[in-house]
Design a binder for this molecule. Structure first.
Ligand code: 5RP
Length: 225
């Protein structure tokens, strides 16, 4: 296994130690939290009894394959613990998410969660957010205008494309990846973007993460808010 993958595995697997019998657990999306879900599947086979709330269709599929019992956010409106990945993390535990396109459901589930743990490899930890283009979910209607409005905030918006076609989220919307030079005030930027008509949700997560588990070459670092 290449080093980066190994660091993702370390962080992802470590997170299962916070999952206790009887919990309702939000299941994030991506290649790091995949390791959490695989490990959780083993624990479920050994008798751990939890309900998983998936943040995407891809995670729902994987969790089902692993034999994890699933529920929906409508039935479980308070979630005990969510484990998810991130594209960037700063030292205040602000996050950029949405590289995998699941940011809307991820944010709804983070908001419903009593505790949110983020699992990343060390390359994701930054002093200032913004290297990673900020994913923003927008409705299809008037998307070119919405992109132009976003550009007035100082970013270069690019419509996300997959296999030669506009990428469509699980909710039927587009994603625009917005490259800022740096994001010095994530809370302020999050509010400004959310105010734009046509924006469904932005991949800035401020004040939602309680703990970040960082897989490093020599150890695992735990950052806590
Ligand atoms: C999906 C996400 C992912 O959590 C994020 O993109 C990190 O994914 P990975 O662990 O594959 O790097 O926000 O919307």
């Amino acid at each position: 296994m290449e080093l980066k993958e190994e660091l993702k595995r370390k962080a992802g697997e470590k997170a299962v130690k916070y999952i206790k019998d009887g919990m309702v657990v939000g299941l994030g999306t991506g290649s790091t939290v995949k390791y959490t879900i695989l490990k959780l599947g083993e624990l479920v086979k050994d008798g751990l009894d939890i309900i998983g709330i998936p943040t995407s269709i891809a995670t729902e599929k994987l969790a089902k394959e692993m034999g994890i019992k699933l529920g929906s956010i409508n039935d479980y409106q308070v979630i005990d613990l969510t484990i998810d990945g991130a594209d960037e993390v700063d030292r205040n535990l602000n996050l950029i998410k949405g590289g995998g396109g699941a940011l809307l459901r991820e944010k709804m589930i983070a908001h419903a969660s009593k505790y949110e743990i983020i699992v990343v490899d060390e390359s994701k930890v930054k002093s200032v957010l913004g290297d990673f283009p900020l994913p923003i979910e927008i409705v299809k209607f008037g998307y070119k205008r919405t992109m132009n409005v976003l550009s007035t905030l100082g970013c270069k918006p690019l419509l996300r494309v997959k296999n030669g076609e506009a990428y469509i989220t699980d909710n039927g919307n587009y994603i625009v990846d917005c490259k800022f030079e740096r994001i010095d005030e994530p809370a302020k930027l999050e509010r400004r973007i959310d105010e734009i008509p046509g924006v469904v949700e932005v991949g800035l997560f401020v004040g939602l993460a309680n703990k970040v588990i960082v897989g490093k070459k020599d150890k695992i670092e735990i950052m806590t808010s």
